[in-house]
Each structure stands twice: as structure tokens, then as C-alpha cells.
Write a protein that binds this ligand. Structure first.
Ligand SMILES: Nc1ncnc2c1ncn2[C@@H]1O[C@H](COP(=O)(O)OP(=O)(O)OP(=O)(O)O)[C@@H](O)[C@H]1O
Length: 836
């Protein structure tokens, strides 16, 4: 043991020499002391002086990667520290700059609003300007609204035109020139750029903000950064930032080998927060309300009308709260609160936003200015939330997680959080990718809370109990890469075009389960999303991405549904295929209430219009709802609800389908697939043709997942049904003796399915024939309903007559053997059989 100590000391010294290069002894001891506490080094107010990194290990690649050249662009208008706003991060400016300049990868954690996003990139910008050196900084943001609003704010702070020194790029919109030195970009845009360039060297510094948001894009970006940093872009600085990050995980992921040992990336903690934010839970709100507040249940993922009411009452209560604050503020220093603080409410989706908006809109006298904020709102409309409210009005922003991180709406004082989120997950029941309602994680909720308390004290109201928060709300969200099907991940990894999928994916921060990779590649080849590799080698784990595969990688639906959309475009039924894909991706919007199951099925069958297909029912029901809305017939929520009740359609669900339908429509338009504005109204014969084509498209898309129905032997079916038409008749077997006695009971039973024409009997069998009321040929919906009734196990009771009664009914017929039978008053299950 004693002998090992000096050896360890030597290794440690070597490690330090390698890691910190030419650092002064005193500095090393400060750092060493801190490192012993935690192997992922966390620095708090460290005393680092700029050092030149010892990059002897990097020399081999110097020729391939480019160091930024001296400045050639326009003057950068340097700023002095006194000009920086007084934010927690400002006091760490010098340390942070030297820290970033002396390490390839740095992780920065600091409270929400501490100045990471807006200030830190500017520190670097000014540092380079002071040295008269060129830098090119990119900062990623998870969403467009963050990238654009932050760029606008930073440009205003630097008193420069947006798009000159400071700019942004989101999707196809770019506000930047070749002179731009600090650009804010969405994570997806940077990912695409890097994948095309296969190098990081366009930038001197890459800031990945809100790195806790583990979307597929984020994890792919981290994977690409790590790969390129270690290959051809060693001089580029990478800075990962978040307020709610598991530093250890990221530090280990970006570990670098130093003297044969993996050394985790450096972590810097910015201390302090701009303002305090008080937290409240349902328990704390109880005293505000006269009724008992029901706590949520873990599996009860919905917002009940009571919870909406509670949130609304809370908003109404803010006037009172502010009144109290106002008197306190006056006492403290004579301050005046002239404005009513804005409220930011986090809801899981557009439907919930609409529900709350409709209720709030009724409170006319409350002088509320309401802003819905979600992905379907245009960027211009989104920017409206940043404007000051009309004096005397309270701004209420109803937002999805779009405003969860990054953004600063300066006047937001209150955050109300239902702690819910909609996430793209692989549904266990259907195995389809779908947007499901889930509890948000503590990380997400803390980000939401951080939207208040940025320019003044804030308040956060979580509409769950404290107990629920502690025990049921998960700490972190599961990374998307582990939730979506492997086939989707494989297509995305093929888009990166950076090597074979298995080795690339195994280097991800949270790799997906790759056990099924061979089978999944085969499935993708079979469906035409990948073509077999043509380089001569047997490639069971890889293939070339086809056009179809490229489209599928951009659609948030199951791959077979995605293929159906593409085929729909080819065969002129894109709109219908988009509806089907959206409907199958979410929970069915058809309501089949327990007490009216048959009525629910009947309505669905009516929408299917004689085609035995759920997909057709979805298309026709959706179109009926859509056109009724377009004509303004469902303008009032009450009308829409009663339309839903009449047609057995759940309005909330069909609205969600509409959301996804619009989203898919937008996504496929990038590939030049457009739904015609006004489809020509086809006459009857071509309507049938269209339906036939659509059915062929569905079958083609789901190949090989379909089966052939056996040829039906009509003659045999007719024979079994005593010559009756199998399309209008069902047969009931196993009836008790003297089956004719049950005529009335059977009649009332089958009346639930439709209008009964005749019932004929043959021993223990009965043949129930329905009326054909329309001119349509084919199997009657009544027949299908009868089958459903049998197959779904609807237990129907048939009261067996006691022997005495049978004797009376049977008249002179011999019934002696029944006296001893055990049939009396048993419940029998009917068996229906349809022969076609
Ligand atoms: N648009 C704006 N209007 C007014 N003040 C702003 C604006 N944007 C930023 N600020 C101020 O700058 C501070 C720092 O914001 P910044 O976005 O840099 O913080 P952050 O640490 O990145 O926060 P987060 O972790 O929430 O992204 C805010 O707390 C606020 O005081």
C-alpha cells in the first residue's frame, strides 16, 4: 500500500500537467481540492488565470482543422464590464472566458435567468474583439421563439441591427450576414449544417444551450459534436449550458483521454439567481378556495373542469395578492406597482389551451389580454407575447412547453403549471409513435418556474400537491432516443451519413437498444425506406437511405403510416392518407360509451359507408367535422359538443387529430407534396373509384402486414342460411328446444342492430333477416353490428321458459321430455354465425 502512494502521486501529477498545461501551482491546488469532492470537476469562483492549453496531443491533426484567423470583419464595438447588466454571471466573466479558452469542452450550470444565454457568448465576443481576433459563435436553442427573441434582445443590448453582428437562423428564416459573429440557431438547424459540413470549423465556439432537453435532435447534435471534435475540429470550443442539468453524465460523455486516463469535461457553476421565486402547491391553495381541491392521481392524465376553474380563480386572485404586495411595497420604500404582473400558464397542448382560452374569454370585466402560444401560432404572432400589455390589463399567456426554457417575457411575474406535457412516445398498446399526455419532469417544471423571477420577484403555482410533486413527478425526462422505435432512429442516423448505424448509435449519450438492429434494417429494406448496400459487402446492419426513407425520417408517425402518406401522394389521395395517419397515431376519436356501445358502433359504421374499414370511418367522420367547422356550423363550443354527442365523436380527440393532421401537412409540403386547396367534387362513380384506390394504397403501405380473405362460397352460404341472402341475414345457433318460442325475445334483441324483417327457425337455429333500407349493395351494417355484438362478448340474456309455460305455448305438441330438463331460466350466450 505504502509503495503505491508515490506512484499514484506521480500519475496525478502527470494528469494535472496534461490537463491544465502551464498552470500555476496555487491554482492547481485550488482545483485539486475541489476535484476530490466530485470526480466531475465543479468549479465555484475558481481563480483561473488564462492559460494556453497544452495541445501536444492534438498536433497530429492541426493540418486538417483550422484555427480562427485574425479579425477581418467589421469593428465589434467592444464593451466594458461596467456595461454588462448586473446579473449573477457578470461577476464570473474573466474566469469563464479563461476557462472556456483553455478547455475544449466546458459545462456551465447556473440558475435560470443568471445570464448564460445572453451574456456568456457576448463575453467571448468582446474578449476576441479586445485581442483583435476573429471568432464565430453559434448558440443553439431548442425552439425558434427562443432563438429569435434572444437574438433580438442581444442585438438591442449591443445597439446593433439584428442580422449584422448578432443574428439568428431558424428553419428557413435567416437574419444574418457573413459579418455576423454571434448567431442564435435552433438545435435542428445546427445539426443539419454540421452534418452537411462534416466539420465544426465554421465556428470558433459552439454553445449548446438547454442541454437538459434530451430530444432526438439534441442527442444527435451531441453525438456529432463529440465525433467531429475528436476527429477534424479539435480547436473548436464546445460549451454546454443549462440550469437543470445532470453535470456528471455530460462531463463523462465528453471525457478526454489524458495520459491514458479518461478525464471528465469541466463543470463551472454560476452561483446566484437574479430574483427569488416562491413556489406554491395545491395544498397551499386550499385556503384560497371554499371547496375541497381534489389531488391528482398518477394515472389520471387530464385536466378536469375543476382544475381549469381553479387556475382561473387563481388568476382572478392575483389582483388581491398584488393589492397586499402593493401595500407592503409602499411601506417598504414607497414603490408603486402600476402594472398588473403577467401570467404564464403551462398547458400540455392546443386543445387544453383552447379550453382555457374559451373560459377566460368570458371574464370580460377582468380586463385580461390572452395570448395562446403553441407551435401552430405563426412566429409573428408568437412575438406578440413580448409586447407590454395595454395599461391596466393583465397579460395571460397560455403556452405549451414552447416557452418552457430560454425565453424571457420580462413582465411575467406568475407561472401556473399543470405539470403536464405531451411527448412523442411509442404507444405500448399500438406500438405506434404517438403524442401522449405524460407528467412533465421536475427538470421541465423547474425550467417553467424559471420564466418568472427574471426581472423581479416571481411566483410559481404548481397544480399538484407537494406530496405528488415529491413522489410522482419524475426527476428527468427519459431521453427521446430511448423512447422512439429503433426503425425511426435508424432512419435519422442514416440522415447523418456518418458511418454505419450500429457504431454511431453506440456512441450516443443514451444509446437505444440495438439488439434488434438486423431485423429492423431488414424491415426498412423490405418497406423501401432503405435499399440494400451496393458496395459488394454483405451489410445486414446497414443500407442506403431512399427518398421514401428520407421522408419517413421527417414524419412523427409510425413508418407504415408514413409510407401510406407517400403512396397517397402518388395515387392522388394525400389528404385522406394524412387524416388516416393522424387518426391512427392518436387515441380513436370515436366514442363507444359503455351503455350505448351498439349505438356508438352504428355511428362509426355509418361513417365507414359500407366499407368495413376503421380508416374509412376516420376519413369520413373527420371530413364531416372539418367541413361543418369550415361552414361555421360549429362556431360555438356548445354546438360542437352536441354535434360530437350526436355522432359519437369525442371533440377533444378529433381536435388533437386535426393538430397532427396540420403538422403532417406542413411537413410533407417540404417534400413538395401538397394537398389541393379545393379538391374537385367527384361524381358517384369516381367516388367509388377513389375509395377503391385508397384501399389499395392502405394495403400497399402495410405490406406485408395483411392477409387474404378466403374466397367466399356464396352458394354454400345461401344453403346454410336456408336460401336467405348472407349479406342481410345472420344465423343464431344453439337455441333451446322449441326455438320458435323465442321469436319475440330475438326480435327485440336484434332490434338493437337494426330493423328486423323476418326470423325463421330450424331446430336449434334461427335466421334473422334485416331490411335493406338503402340502394347500396354489400353487407348490411346491421349484419356487421350483429357480428360485433357476438364477437365483442356482449352477453345478452335469453330467458328460458319454464316447462309449464312451454306446455301451454306448445299446445298439443309432445313436450314430456322437457319436464326433467335443466334449461329452465339459465343464461345462455348466443352464438352468431354469418355465412357469406
Ligand atoms: N427580452 C428580455 N427582456 C428583458 N430582460 C431580458 C430579456 N432577455 C434577457 N433578459 C434579462 O437577462 C437575464 C438573463 O437572461 P438569460 O436568458 O441570459 O439567462 P439564462 O441564464 O440563459 O436563463 P435560462 O437558463 O432560463 O435560459 C434575464 O434574467 C433578464 O433579466
Amino acid at each position: 500500500m505504502q509503495k503505491e502512494a508515490p506512484e499514484k502521486e506521480r500519475q496525478d501529477t502527470e494528469l494535472w500537467q496534461g490537463r491544465y498545461g502551464r498552470m500555476r501551482e496555487t491554482e492547481k491546488s485550488v482545483l485539486l481540492h475541489r476535484e476530490q469532492k466530485d470526480s466531475s470537476i465543479i468549479l465555484k469562483h475558481s481563480v483561473l488565470i488564462p492559460v494556453i492549453p497544452d495541445d501536444s496531443s492534438q498536433k497530429a491533426d492541426v493540418g486538417r482543422s483550422q484555427k480562427p484567423e485574425p479579425s477581418k470583419g467589421p469593428p465589434l464595438s467592444p464593451r466594458t464590464s461596467s456595461e454588462y447588466p448586473s446579473l449573477p454571471i457578470t461577476k464570473n466573466k474573466e474566469e469563464l472566458v479563461s476557462f472556456i479558452e483553455s478547455n475544449s469542452v466546458v459545462i456551465i450550470r447556473g440558475a435560470t435567468g443568471s445570464g448564460k444565454t445572453t451574456q456568456l457568448p457576448q463575453f467571448i465576443l468582446d474578449h476576441y474583439n479586445e485581442k483583435n481576433a476573429l471568432c464565430n459563435i453559434v448558440v443553439t436553442q431548442p425552439r425558434k421563439i427562443g432563438a429569435t427573441s434572444i437574438a433580438r434582445w442581444v442585438a438591442a443590448q449591443r445597439k446593433c441591427t439584428l442580422g449584422s453582428l448578432v443574428g439568428y437562423q431558424v428553419a428557413l428564416e435567416k437574419m444574418a450576414t457573413e459579418h455576423t459573429r454571434l448567431i442564435y440557431m435552433t438545435t435542428g438547424v445546427l445539426l443539419q449544417k454540421l452534418v452537411l459540413a462534416k466539420s465544426l470549423t465554421e465556428y470558433s465556439h459552439i454553445f449548446v444551450d438547454e442541454v437538459h432537453e434530451r430530444t432526438e435532435d439534441m442527442d444527435f447534435l451531441l453525438l456529432v459534436l463529440r465525433k467531429l471534435l475528436h476527429s477534424n475540429s479539435r480547436h473548436v470550443k464546445i460549451i454546454l449550458m443549462s440550469a437543470t442539468i445532470n453535470c456528471r453524465e455530460f462531463a463523462d460523455y465528453f471525457a478526454t483521454p489524458i495520459w491514458g486516463k479518461m478525464s471528465p469535461a469541466y463543470v463551472f457553476e454560476v452561483e446566484g439567481a437574479p430574483y427569488t421565486i416562491e413556489e406554491f402547491y395545491l395544498d397551499d391553495l386550499q385556503k384560497l378556495f371554499p371547496y375541497r381541491i381534489e389531488p391528482p392521481y398518477p394515472d389520471d392524465l387530464m385536466i378536469s373542469p375543476k382544475m381549469y376553474d381553479l387556475a382561473i380563480s387563481l388568476i382572478q386572485n392575483f389582483d388581491e395578492i398584488e393589492g397586499k404586495d402593493f401595500s407592503k411595497a409602499q411601506k417598504d420604500g414607497g414603490l408603486t406597482l402600476s402594472e398588473r404582473g403577467s401570467v404564464l400558464v403551462f398547458l400540455p397542448g392546443i386543445h387544453e389551451i383552447r379550453c382555457m382560452q374559451e373560459t377566460l374569454a368570458k371574464l370580460v370585466h377582468q380586463r385580461l389580454q390572452i395570448y395562446p402560444l403553441h407551435s401552430s401560432v405563426t412566429l409573428e404572432e408568437q412575438n406578440g407575447v413580448f409586447f407590454s400589455p395595454v395599461p391596466g390589463y393583465r397579460k395571460v399567456i397560455l403556452s405549451t412547453n414552447i416557452a418552457e426554457s430560454s425565453v424571457t417575457v420580462p413582465d411575467v411575474k406568475y407561472v401556473i403549471d399543470f405539470c403536464l406535457a405531451r411527448r412523442l412516445v411509442c404507444d405500448k398498446d399500438t406500438n405506434y409513435q404517438s403524442l401522449l399526455l405524460t407528467w412533465a419532469s421536475k427538470t421541465n417544471c423547474n425550467q417553467r418556474k424559471g420564466r418568472a423571477g427574471r426581472v423581479s420577484k416571481g411566483y410559481c403555482y404548481r397544480l399538484v400537491t407537494k406530496d405528488f410533486w415529491t413522489n410522482e413527478i419524475p426527476e428527468y425526462m427519459i431521453p427521446e432516443m430511448q423512447l422512439v422505435p429503433l426503425s425511426t432512429i435508424l432512419l435519422k442516423v442514416k440522415l447523418l451519413n456518418m458511418g454505419d448505424p450500429r457504431s454511431l448509435l453506440s456512441t450516443a449519450l443514451s444509446p437505444p437498444n440495438l439488439v434488434d438492429i438486423v431485423r429492423t434494417v431488414l424491415q426498412l429494406i423490405e418497406m423501401g425506406a432503405l435499399s440494400a448496400k451496393t458496395d459488394g459487402k454483405t451489410q445486414s446492419e446497414d443500407g442506403e437511405l431512399t427518398f421514401l426513407g428520407r421522408v419517413l425520417a421527417h414524419l412523427p408517425v409510425d413508418l407504415y403510416l408514413g409510407k401510406m402518406i407517400v403512396l397517397g401522394h402518388v395515387f392522388g389521395c394525400l389528404d385522406e392518407c394524412l387524416i388516416i395517419a393522424a387518426s391512427h397515431s392518436l387515441k380513436s376519436f370515436f366514442a363507444i360509451p359503455a351503455i350505448q356501445q351498439l349505438a356508438g358502433h352504428r355511428s362509426k359504421l355509418a361513417f365507414a359507408r359500407g366499407v368495413p374499414s376503421d380508416s374509412m370511418a376516420f376519413v369520413n367522420a373527420f371530413k364531416a367535422w372539418y367541413s361543418a367547422r369550415k361552414k361555421g356550423e360549429l362556431r360555438h363550443p356548445k354546438d360542437e359538443l352536441s354535434w360530437g354527442r350526436e355522432n359519437f365523436i369525442q371533440i377533444r380527440r378529433i381536435r388533437e387529430v386535426a393538430e397532427l393532421y396540420e403538422d403532417l401537412k406542413k411537413r410533407v409540403s417540404q417534400f413538395n407534396m401538397h394537398v389541393p386547396e379545393e379538391p374537385p367534387s367527384p361524381h358517384n362513380s369516381s367516388k367509388h373509384r377513389q375509395t377503391f384506390i385508397l384501399l389499395v394504397v392502405i394495403a400497399g403501405a402495410f405490406y406485408p402486414n395483411y392477409f387474404f380473405q378466403q374466397e367466399t362460397d356464396d352458394r354454400q352460404a345461401c344453403k346454410e342460411l336456408m336460401g336467405l341472402n348472407p349479406q342481410t341475414t345472420v344465423m343464431v345457433k344453439n337455441l333451446p328446444p322449441y326455438s320458435f318460442l323465442y321469436y319475440k325475445q330475438l326480435q327485440s334483441l336484434f332490434r338493437l342492430c337494426g330493423q328486423v324483417k323476418t326470423i325463421s327457425f330450424d331446430c336449434s337455429r334461427a335466421y334473422v333477416e334485416f331490411h335493406r333500407t338503402s340502394k347500396d349493395s354489400g353487407v348490411l351494417p346491421e349484419v356487421t353490428l350483429s357480428l360485433l355484438m357476438a364477437n365483442k362478448g356482449f352477453r345478452r340474456e335469453l330467458s328460458i321458459y319454464p316447462s309449464e309455460q312451454i306446455e301451454i305455448c306448445a299446445g298439443r305438441r309432445a313436450i314430456t321430455h322437457l319436464r326433467f330438463s335443466r334449461y329452465s331460466s339459465v343464461i345462455i350466450q348466443l352464438l352468431f354465425e354469418l355465412n357469406m
